[in-house]
Ligand binder design. Structure first.
Ligand SMILES: [Zn+2]
Length: 184
């Protein structure tokens, strides 16, 4: 969105103090959920639901990419041994490791379950829709992050990722379902 777009989004989100003054890259949990969700809300307001969603997907993908550089070596998912597992095993382990990272280093709470056809990613305490009210699920940042995780774990495949329930719509958790079969 460029520097001007970014500044406009931060202003609209009520976060003008962050312009040219980004928060430090550390694990001190000082960047609040209300700031994360205000930025998501501002994307939707400025670019419309479709444009906002597309930008949030890209931001989510970038978040995984950068996060992997910082956390991957510690977590073991960039190890050679991990890469040799079958794809389905890698998906499950990879998701559990990412969920564990959120649970350990942030106030976000995530659970991973699966059934025959889907991996189910439940966010019980969600920064993305924090105190928002929407008519359709709005945690696109998480969808983008999972899409990139899937792309990376599977060696370049794409999967259907869909947010089925969202706390902003009145659900008790945000539920994102990932089809276990990659798209052809
Ligand atoms: Zn949410």
């Amino acid at each position: 969105m460029g520097r001007n777009g970014l500044n406009a989004v931060l202003n609209l989100a009520g976060l003008g103090h962050l312009i040219n003054n980004f928060p430090p890259n550390n694990l001190n949990n000082q960047f609040g959920f209300s700031a994360v969700s205000a930025i998501q809300q501002a994307l939707d307001s400025m670019y419309g639901p479709r444009g906002g969603r597309a930008l949030a997907h890209r931001a989510g993908r970038a978040t995984f990419k950068h996060g992997l550089k910082e956390f991957g070596p510690v977590l073991g998912i960039t190890d050679f041994a991990f890469r040799l597992f079958p794809v389905q095993t890698k998906l499950k382990i990879g998701f559990e490791v990412v969920a564990g990272t959120f649970n350990k280093f942030s106030d976000q709470r995530v659970r991973v379950e699966d059934d025959e056809t889907h991996i189910l990613w439940s966010i019980d305490r969600c920064p993305i829709c924090w105190s928002r009210k929407t008519t359709v699920p709005c945690c696109h940042l998480a969808v983008g992050l999972l899409q990139e995780a899937l792309y990376w774990v599977s060696g370049g495949k794409s999967f259907t990722v869909e947010e089925r329930d969202c706390i902003a719509c009145g659900a008790s958790s945000c539920l994102i379902a990932v089809d276990k079969r990659p798209l052809e």
